[in-house]
Design a protein around this ligand. Structure first.
Ligand SMILES: C[S@@+](CC[C@H](N)C(=O)[O-])C[C@H]1O[C@@H](n2cnc3c(N)ncnc32)[C@H](O)[C@@H]1O
Length: 357
């Protein structure tokens, strides 16, 4: 008899748990916003259990994987390529979205963006350099009604960004090609977004690395190139916001040294470490295993620490450099996730897939 009652309790408990999970799964994967989501939860009489609700929801959210090709966040929906899509040079992948990357950048940069939009006198609100899926251009148009020019050298990115803009009911101007000094008028832009490729790889595999990750073997060349050009485009009191994984040492990421040299007009730099810096050797060891050991040793000796950062460069003539902490929820993400995704990018170089160039 007691055994029967136990069994019934167990069965009821299971039904309840499964029901909770179904509700959470359906809601988090639909377009229902956070507020509506919680209202539905409350109507279902489950409001007393808010912490449990948040914990379970977070667990479901975490199930978003790096192989996904769609996301909804900050009021927009986007399509992009899964990180392991087979690529060739003429049909290259469009960068995927990861919580600690674009959503984090957006959250961190917004106060500075608002200020620059209000205080700078540039004619163009936002120059989206390397737009990829169009993520930042679409966010700027949607949330601030910004006049946006989105450019990318990857035709597939331009195509998908156009589709994403249309699906989000915003207008962006597009330019296909390399970012260059002649891309826009000098000192005409209030806000410039830079998210250059920063995967670290030995030069001999460069052409097998997707272009969204190929920024020079130390991961810094494209950032330096774009910073130099952006310096010519920034209007007074305008800002560059950027995300960047960057080699460095105890004194900081190496961009703290080269940004003041590359961006004209004595700008100020403010940045935050998204994660605590990691040992470069550990990172490369985990990404490449025994492959390219000589390369990994050399890079790690020159640059013992690896940083993952978001930064703001302000064209204010003051030349200050400041690191600030952040209190943004990382939704459980860590270097381990970054290692996994860089290992997946590195796998392109080991694949036997056809290479056209
Ligand atoms: C790391 S992805 C970022 C994409 C998107 N902004 C995001 O955050 O998801 C870099 C993008 O910049 C583009 N890109 C790289 N170098 C470029 C250059 N010199 N001129 C124009 N686009 C470039 C790549 O094709 C890629 O789409």
């Amino acid at each position: 008899m007691f055994f029967m009652i136990d069994w019934w309790f167990f069965a009821l408990y299971k039904v309840k748990t499964v029901t909770y999970n179904v509700i959470i799964n359906v809601l988090t994967k639909s377009i229902i916003s956070d507020i509506l989501f919680y209202q539905v939860w409350r109507c279902a009489g489950l409001e007393g259990n808010k912490n449990r609700f948040l914990k379970r929801r977070k667990a479901v959210m975490k199930k978003q994987t790096m192989y996904d090709s769609k996301i909804q966040f900050a009021g927009i929906s986007l399509e992009f390529d899964p990180i392991n899509r087979e690529r060739v040079e003429e049909d290259d992948n469009v960068m995927a979205i990861f919580p600690e990357e674009q959503p984090f950048t957006w959250e961190f940069a917004q106060p500075y963006i608002k200020q620059a939009l209000a205080q700078s006198s540039g004619e163009l609100d936002f120059l989206d350099v390397g737009t990829g899926s169009g993520v930042f251009g679409i966010l700027m148009a949607k949330h601030y009604g910004a006049r946006v020019l989105a450019l990318d050298k990857n035709p597939r990115a331009i195509e998908l960004a156009k589709k994403n803009a249309e699906n989000n009911h915003v207008f962006l101007a597009f330019q296909e090609g390399e970012y260059a000094v002649h891309s826009v008028q000098p000192h005409s832009v209030k806000v410039i977004g830079l998210y250059p490729p920063y995967h670290i790889y030995p030069e001999q595999v460069a052409m097998k690395i997707p272009q969204h990750a190929r920024g020079g073997s130390d991961g810094q060349q494209e950032f330096k190139n774009q910073l130099f050009i952006a310096g010519h485009h920034l209007a007074e009191n305008g800002i560059i916001f950027f995300n960047q994984m960057c080699l460095g040492d105890e004194s900081g990421p190496s961009f703290t040294r080269y940004i003041p040299q590359l961006v004209s007009g004595h700008p100020s730099l403010l940045y935050t470490n998204v994660f605590t810096p990691i040992s470069t050797w550990d990172f490369l060891q985990n990404v490449y295993g025994k492959r390219h050991a000589g390369f990994a040793d050399w890079v790690a000796t020159e640059n013992p620490l690896l940083y993952y950062t978001i930064g703001i460069v302000t064209y204010d003539g003051q030349g200050k450099i400041e690191r600030v902490p952040h209190a943004i929820d990382l939704t459980g993400r860590s270097w381990q996730d970054r290692i996994q995704l860089h290992a997946e990018i590195a796998r392109h170089a080991f694949s036997e897939g056809k290479e056209s160039s």
